[in-house]
Design a protein. Sequence first.
Length: 214
Amino acid sequence: MRHCVRAFTKEPVLKEQLERAIDYARYAASSKNMQPWQLTICQGNILQSLSKDLIDAVYSGVPPASELGESKENPIPQVYMDRARQCGYSLFQHKAIERHDKEARLEHWCENYRFFGASTVILFYYDHKLPSHCLIDMGIFLERLMHGLEKEGLSSCPQASLVAFPDILKKHIEMPENLSPIFGLSLGHEDPEGKVNQFRTEKLEINDFTKWLN
């Protein structure tokens, strides 16, 4: 079963592998065939310089941008926050990070900006002038791309955190005109020795979210 990989090997990802996975993903369903996705693939030196600036921002206390749809006026409902917190607590427990160990928790956060050692990062862009239902299309494309990567023997980890500092992204990457970065995907070859890769999140049972009408 698919799972998020948070430790990758240094083995490079071939351009041909990415092309095949993206070719598979481009047939994703989208409303009225609008295909509202655009990608930038980052490898090599760009990742090193980007990583350094992102980590410096975290340790300097630069506040991250709000996530899409996040606001004090529109808080996330408690049921979903409970699931998110449980995921975080379980991951910290798996990594033996104590609740009050601020240094370890900060270092854990910075692993996002080392891209978990991945050799390749894909940034996804979106036009916020589109109807909100087009975000569904982005999700369908992402899932199909992750499946395409899996067919190539590659693993991945989707990360909203990679767009938390848009000014830093703009410093290193030429952004598509009129589009905004919406999330990132770190990918590569899974490290079989990485303990964190043994972590699995709890999933709801089918009947917890499904209603049957006869």
